[in-house]
Design a protein around this ligand. Structure first.
Ligand code: GLU
Length: 301
């Protein structure tokens, strides 16, 4: 085996059909390309009691297996701090004293992508920094730490979307509440686990260039990506728990089996008759992945 794929759920509740479909695809693509498959719990925030155990149980019930121990981000602070120190030693980290509102209201600089950080705190004088720190003390928070990015765009390769160039800005590396930012954690964790294939939902496609750029700065080979279209309700809105019986447990409560749920996921991929994840692995051709969102239209929704 060379390289690894992974699935990295946030333990904020039960996985819905769209999450389960992405998990199966991540597993199938890793196994098909002779990679290890890792499971990482992204528990830096949005944690719901008991959700992790339920998520792992549900993935196993569909027939997924993973290599090595489950990694929890909450146990990886030292690795994140080491990466931060490495970037800081190279002058690539600065303190940011902006509030969310100030960032939203700031006029964006030329060439920066919409919504990107405009660089307000990038080049402050010592006196301005001291004033910023004083303000943070009043607000009872730490300054956020940002990356001094150095480039505006970065290109990644996505199995389905092809070459994707996207905006890179001075991303937050550590938040004002002291928690390491998702973009740094994900890059450090994928690098440490030898992950070179990232399969996940395509709402994160726009984050891939900045993550790959960060990997580059940390001396890590950026992974290849495969972003899967989201699952949506018949209304077109992103699938959510409020849409009804959308989790494995909901489906089991209605009398369906785990095999029936895999069957629905297989149907959405154009491979009818699947009963376990192994059937999807055997029959699914990644080249045929539907590129539109999966409209989950169940009678009980
Ligand atoms: N934890 C993220 C989520 O559940 C996924 C992050 C990733 O795959 O990079 O949406």
């Amino acid at each position: 085996m060379t390289g690894a794929g992974r699935y990295a759920p946030s333990p904020s509740g039960d996985l819905h059909l769209g999450n389960l479909r992405t998990a199966i695809l991540a597993w199938a693509l890793a196994r098909r390309t002779d990679r290890a498959f890792r499971l990482r719990v992204e528990d830096l925030d949005r944690v719901r009691e008991g959700a992790e155990a339920r998520q792992l149980e549900d993935l196993a019930a569909l027939g997924l297996d993973w290599d090595g121990p489950v990694v929890r981000q909450s146990a990886r602070t030292a690795a994140y701090e080491e990466a931060l120190a490495d970037l800081a030693a190279r002058g690539l980290v600065y303190e940011c004293y902006c509030t969310r509102r100030e960032i939203l209201e700031a006029p964006s600089a030329p060439h920066t992508p919409p919504g990107a950080y405009p660089g307000t705190c990038r080049d402050l004088t010592d006196a301005e920094r001291e004033a910023g720190r004083e303000r943070m003390r009043e607000l009872r928070r730490e300054p956020a730490l940002r990356l001094r990015a150095g480039v505006d765009t970065w290109t990644v390769h996505d199995l389905w979307a092809g070459e994707v160039s996207g905006g890179v800005d001075d991303v937050v590396l550590r938040r004002g509440d002291g928690v390491v930012a998702y973009n740094l954690a994900v890059v450090v964790d994928d690098g440490a686990a030898g992950v070179d294939q990232v399969v996940r939902a395509d709402d994160l496609l726009s984050s891939a260039p900045r993550q790959s750029h960060l990997a580059h700065l940390l001396g890590l080979p950026g992974p290849t990506y495969a972003h899967v279209p989201l699952a949506v309700a018949p209304s077109g809105a992103r699938l959510a728990k409020r849409d009804g019986a959308v989790t494995l447990r909901d489906r089991l409560a209605l009398g369906e089996s785990a095999a029936d749920v895999v069957g629905r996921i297989g149907d959405s991929l154009g491979v009818p008759g699947c009963r376990t994840a192994a059937d999807v692995l055997e029959r699914w051709d990644p080249a045929t992945l539907p590129r539109e969102p999966w409209v989950v239209d169940l009678p009980t929704l």
